[in-house]
Unconditional design. Structure first.
Length: 521
């Protein structure tokens, strides 16, 4: 049968237009990117997804604006690449800014493409990944055009808690590209490449007179160490994509499903006797809680989130007996493991993410409580500390807590070291102390008059400290009240925690009906 000439002509035109869309920025600009050892937006998408699985949408979209010379700058796709593909054979939706086209700026059609993709991820119950490299909104378009564009912020907000949302910051990002990132669950940033700020150095200099570089304003280390807006610092684009895939492996595709178990060769009945020497019994001595975590979890594999921000608390993902879990642990290496404004924010947000996506939580408790001091009080430790309390009490996923050493004051309550805040199973090591405050501080307060009148106040203080420790540095006192389930051998920690989480599979807990609670933001 002879081929339809008109059909063949139409097909040829389609192929040509598709080819043009793939190199819309021009071969020279693409070559310049490659000379820097970097990837184009389309190559980033292909590098993240399983090979050959990307299905692009809206490749021929163009902006509606024609002012300020935009009628002479029209690119198919308009600087945004969107669609879906597979990651480890599971569907994921993806958006990517093409910074080679007008700086990746968001026009009406550009932003509309991204918002529609986020909405599709929600409708189809699949994770969303945003590859951000955008200078912000396109200033050549007025509000009459951008109002047509839908809202990335609205779509990200509606997707929150429905599907996991991950953003990678792969270039100099401002405006909508950073607010849209901050609304997602986890943010990766590439060192030496990614930057995040609301307004750049030039505008800051004009408005306030301050001089600052892009890197000092919103570089990768500022975002991970100072502001905490980014969760993971990575060295390259390729490492970024590998770590995104790794992070997704801990999550279910949406809030209706459970995270998948993964087989492991690490025996569930493995004892960890080295923990007995890893954690000093002296509550004044520091140790690295991450070493404890890695001894307990499957294959020593722990993916820490916000590792460089609020280091006095550790948050991250691991597996126990193949089960995906989230971990929140005090870190005695920094500020003695006390709770602060930033650590409360960090851990509260992590707890809420895990609770939204059915990821069980393990709490490792070793804290002297909330950090005292004028700076903490004046920056709002009461309000911020209440966020952690609220997030813990609100969560309904399986929760297991182990008090390793000290659990003093409000820190004991905030970390759920007992079962009064909904902890399902609470354990303690034999070194655990449960008290309002440390023994030395308590003795000084309780025996203030006697110490002033004593001939040898130092000896009397040590005597009272010993008495206080004998009374409260004793987990059996709390075990008698059934506020904790058991006192366990440190070497049995892995076994007992795995068994605890196994017993909690299928847990159902309904909260009182309401629109939503009012977390103290």
């Amino acid at each position: 049968m002879a081929k339809d000439a008109e059909m063949q002509k139409a097909i040829q035109k389609l192929r040509e237009r598709r080819a043009q869309a793939k190199v819309a920025a021009g071969e020279q600009k693409i070559a310049e990117v490659h000379q820097k050892g970097l990837l184009t937006a389309r190559e980033r998408v292909e590098a993240l997804l399983d090979p050959g699985t990307f299905c692009e949408q809206y490749p021929f979209a163009e902006p509606t604006g024609r002012d300020f010379g935009l009628d002479r700058k029209r690119f198919p796709g308009d600087g945004a690449i969107v669609g879906w593909g597979n990651i480890d054979n599971q569907r994921a939706y993806i958006t990517a800014n093409d910074s080679l086209i007008m700086g990746g700026s968001g026009s009406s059609s550009h932003i509309r493409k991204i918002a529609l993709t986020i909405d599709q991820a929600v409708k189809n119950g699949s994770p969303l990944i945003q590859l951000n490299d955008s200078s912000g909104g396109r200033i050549q378009e007025g509000a009459d055009k951008t109002s047509y564009a839908l809202s990335v912020f609205y779509s990200n907000t509606q997707a929150s808690g429905v599907v996991p949302q991950i953003t990678a910051i792969l270039g100099r990002c401002a405006g909508y590209a950073v607010y849209g990132a901050a609304l997602t669950d986890f943010v990766f940033i590439v060192e030496g490449l990614g930057e995040m700020f609301i307004t750049g150095p030039a505008i800051i200099r004009e408005i306030t007179g301050e001089e600052i570089t892009f890197d000092k304003l919103g570089g990768a280390r500022v975002c991970t160490q100072v502001t905490g807006v980014a969760d993971f610092l990575v060295a390259s684009e390729q490492e970024c994509f590998q770590q995104i895939r790794r992070l997704l492996s801990y999550f279910p595709p949406n809030y209706r499903e459970l995270p998948a178990d993964r087989p492991t060769g690490d025996p569930e009945d493995r004892l960890v006797p080295e923990l007995e020497d890893l954690v000093p019994s002296n509550p004044q001595r520091a140790y690295d809680i991450r070493r404890v975590i890695k001894k307990i979890v499957d294959d020593g594999d722990f993916m820490e989130a916000k590792a460089d921000f609020a280091k006095n608390i550790v948050t991250g993902f691991a597996r126990l007996g193949g089960m995906s879990i989230g971990i929140v642990a005090n870190q005695p290496m920094f500020l003695g493991g006390s709770l602060t404004v930033d650590s409360s924010d960090k851990s509260a947000r992590f707890i809420r993410f895990c609770d939204a996506f059915n990821i069980p939580l393990l709490f490792l408790v070793d804290t002297p409580g909330y950090l005292p001091g004028v700076q903490q009080e004046h920056t709002g430790i009461i309000r911020h500390g209440a966020k952690l309390l609220y997030a813990f009490c609100e969560s309904t996923v399986p929760k297991v807590a182990i008090t390793i050493r000290k659990a003093y004051g409000g820190g004991h309550w905030a970390m759920g070291g007992h079962n009064c805040h909904g902890t399902d199973i609470a354990y303690a090591w034999p070194t655990a102390e449960f008290a309002i405050m440390g023994a030395e501080q308590a003795a000084k307060l309780l025996y203030n008059r006697e110490l002033k009148e004593a001939a040898d106040s130092a000896a009397l203080l040590q005597e009272k400290i010993s008495e206080y420790r004998e009374l409260f540095a004793n987990p059996y006192r709390l075990a008698q009240t059934m506020c904790i389930d058991d006192v366990i051998d440190p070497g049995e920690t892995r076994i007992r925690v795995i068994r605890a989480f196994r017993s909690l599979k299928g847990k159902r807990e309904e909260k009182p009906p309401r629109r939503h609670g009012n977390i103290p933001l």
